[in-house]
Design a protein around this ligand. Structure first.
Ligand code: GCO
Ligand code: MG
Length: 401
């Protein structure tokens, strides 16, 4: 088999998505997600100008060799743009390989390790009562694990707390600016979880995302304060650069820790995994360089009792989400899968085979990873310039969003 053509498809059916579609001389095609939210066009240029010309005529079955060629061959390794571009190609090649084998992708990894995948959804409110109600609604829908976020008194809406401030917001032509106070946040958040346990009891798994805003000692304080409420995980406490900071956090709290949605390679996660400083690794197919590298990261994590919790926000395409699920069905150390739902337009453009029932996901039994793109329909949703928000302290200092 030979690669005859590679198309980069950019569309915005609710969000901007970058999709790699690989064509072969035997008529098999595969797709992969290469979306980097807010920096999409950099990946498109990297793919079109630098990677696509290298692929024409190559044997698509040699996925490992192609991955190594694109990773080592650049000399300039790692980084979100490079790894998202490689991921798009790598995922499309695994899709083709599974189609050639006439199997769902998870079968190529060694088959299913479980029958279904626990997922978590989001619930939020600008006030505690609103967030408590939102969690209750999610529980009524059958979800077993829920990420809860709440607005902070004295601050305008912050990350994850209402529709206009989250990454699910209407696309902004320029970055929206949010305001942040760590001390106000740290005082308020434990009250949310106290109210949640009081109202909803202990059978629901609760998660929380700090979005990289704390220092290690602040994260240790929060972890300690949340211990009575037995969270499933506390996510992204400190900036990704603060790897050693996790040693300090770990010393002070038994609240389980999750991190990794902005990591790109195994090197970003190695110290945290090997020293067992985290409990869940959040890396996801598109930002980790595809199936080839994420599978290795999952295996490394498994050796050290770290479980998976793939980033699954709706700003990565259904091709990424489905591939995460294929890996999740196989991974012996699967933990949980984030599920933020897609717009109806997105699901029209990307046909899919996964199912969701009673709080559990399944990737389905379709051949390949199970997601395809309707190229004609995609044309109806052209790219829209969009940025994620930025964050400032109350005195104007730029902070972590
Ligand atoms: C999550 C994430 C997202 C990211 C977004 C960035 O836990 O789902 O933190 O909300 O902010 O995916 O593009
Ligand atoms: Mg997060």
């Amino acid at each position: 088999m030979k690669i005859t053509d590679v198309k980069i498809i950019v569309c915005s059916p609710g969000r901007n998505f970058v999709t790699v579609k690989i064509f072969t001389d035997e008529g098999l095609t595969g797709i992969g997600d290469a979306t980097l939210n807010g920096r999409e066009k950099a990946v498109v240029a990297y793919l079109e100008d630098h990677l696509v010309p290298l692929l024409i005529g190559k044997d698509p079955s040699r996925i490992e060799d192609i991955w190594q060629y694109l990773y080592k061959g650049a000399y300039w390794r790692r980084g979100p743009v490079t790894m998202a571009a490689i991921a798009g190609i790598d995922t499309a090649l695994w899709d083709i390989k599974a189609k050639a084998a006439n199997m769902p992708l998870y079968q190529l990894f060694g088959g299913a390790s479980r029958d279904k995948l626990l997922c978590y959804v989001h619930a939020q409110g600008s006030e505690i009562s609103e967030a408590v109600e939102a969690v209750g609604k999610r529980m009524d829908e059958g979800y077993k694990a829920i990420r809860a976020q709440v607005g902070i008194p004295g601050l305008p809406a912050v990350y994850g707390t209402d529709k206009s401030s989250t990454n699910t917001a209407a696309l902004n032509a320029l970055p929206n600016e949010e305001v942040w106070s760590t001390s106000k946040y740290l005082r308020h958040v434990p009250n949310l979880f106290s109210a949640l346990r009081e109202t909803h009891g202990w059978d629901v798994e609760l998660l929380h995302d700090t979005h990289h805003r704390l220092t290690p000692i602040e994260a240790a304080r929060l972890g300690k304060d949340l211990e009575p409420y037995r969270l499933f995980w506390l996510e992204d406490t400190v900036a990704a650069e603060h790897q050693e900071g996790f040693r300090l956090i770990r010393k002070h709290t038994v609240t389980p820790l999750a991190v990794g949605e902005v990591f790109n390679t195994v090197w970003d996660a190695r110290l945290l995994i090997e020293e067992q400083l985290i409990d869940y690794i959040r890396m996801t197919t598109v930002h980790a360089g595809g199936v080839t590298s994420l599978r290795r990261i999952m295996d490394l994590a498994g050796i050290y009792n770290v479980r998976t919790g793939c980033h699954g926000a709706m700003d990565m395409s259904p091709a990424c989400f489905a591939t995460n699920m294929q890996l999740g069905l196989w991974a012996p150390n699967f933990g949980i899968q984030e599920y933020t739902e897609y717009t109806p337009e997105t699901l029209e453009v990307f046909s899919h085979n996964w199912s969701i029932s009673d709080g559990y996901l399944h990737p389905g039994e379709a051949i390949g990873h199970g997601v395809d793109i309707d190229e004609e329909l995609a044309k109806k949703y052209p790219y829209e310039p969009a940025y994620l928000p930025v964050n400032r302290l109350e005195d104007g200092t730029l902070w972590h969003w």
